[in-house]
Design a protein around this ligand. Sequence first.
Ligand SMILES: Nc1nc(=O)c(N)c(NC[C@H](O)[C@H](O)[C@H](O)COP(=O)(O)O)[nH]1
Ligand SMILES: [Zn+2]
Length: 196
Amino acid sequence: TTSPHMPYMKQCLSLAEKSPPRPTNFRVGAVLLSRKDDDPTFADDLILSTGYTMELAGNTHAEQCCLSNYAAVHKVPDDKVGEVLPVEPGRKLVMYVTMEPCGKRLSGNTPCVQRITQTAEGGREGIHKVYFGVKEPGTFVGESRGRRMLTQAGIEWEHVSGLEREILTVAFAGHENAEKEVKDALEERKTNVDVS
Ligand SMILES: Nc1nc(=O)c(N)c(NC[C@H](O)[C@H](O)[C@H](O)COP(=O)(O)O)[nH]1
Ligand SMILES: [Zn+2]
């Protein structure tokens, strides 16, 4: 039996494939949903928003577009998205993303971990958990710190395994030596198997 997370990771991968290939970032896809507590088959999930890298104008990330799209629909600026995300007893906000959210961006733009943690404000929990399909490869920022920053902010995360090769192939598509970078990233995974 495949994990119940797999359909969402595949949806994120399809979103990532819409991203214009660039050598300066990764092609990533994200889905934000509301999930009922103790709902093992996720039968009552409600999808709230989706996003992919550079979907929105400028140098934008998938998670950033996912949150920005939701903010736009609710007519608030990006930094106020926490105020319009649903807060319902017995339900939690969950984000699926093909790649570990960034804790640092070479461009200096606000990292997605910060955008995710900012959804918790004014006593609202905000995003409760993040599922991602691969750790961020070392290409731009070396050892990735996103998942550790999520933990420090009290946000749960989990690595959904099984689509690493597909996710990395899409992510690196705009890079000079994409094939080698995918191979290296997969090797990197084999050496330090811990995704903690
Ligand atoms: N999780 C994630 N979603 C994305 O949509 C995306 N593009 C990245 N990419 C992470 C990578 O670290 C940054 O793309 C580089 O650090 C360059 O930074 P900019 O993207 O120019 O801000 N990571
Ligand atoms: Zn990011």
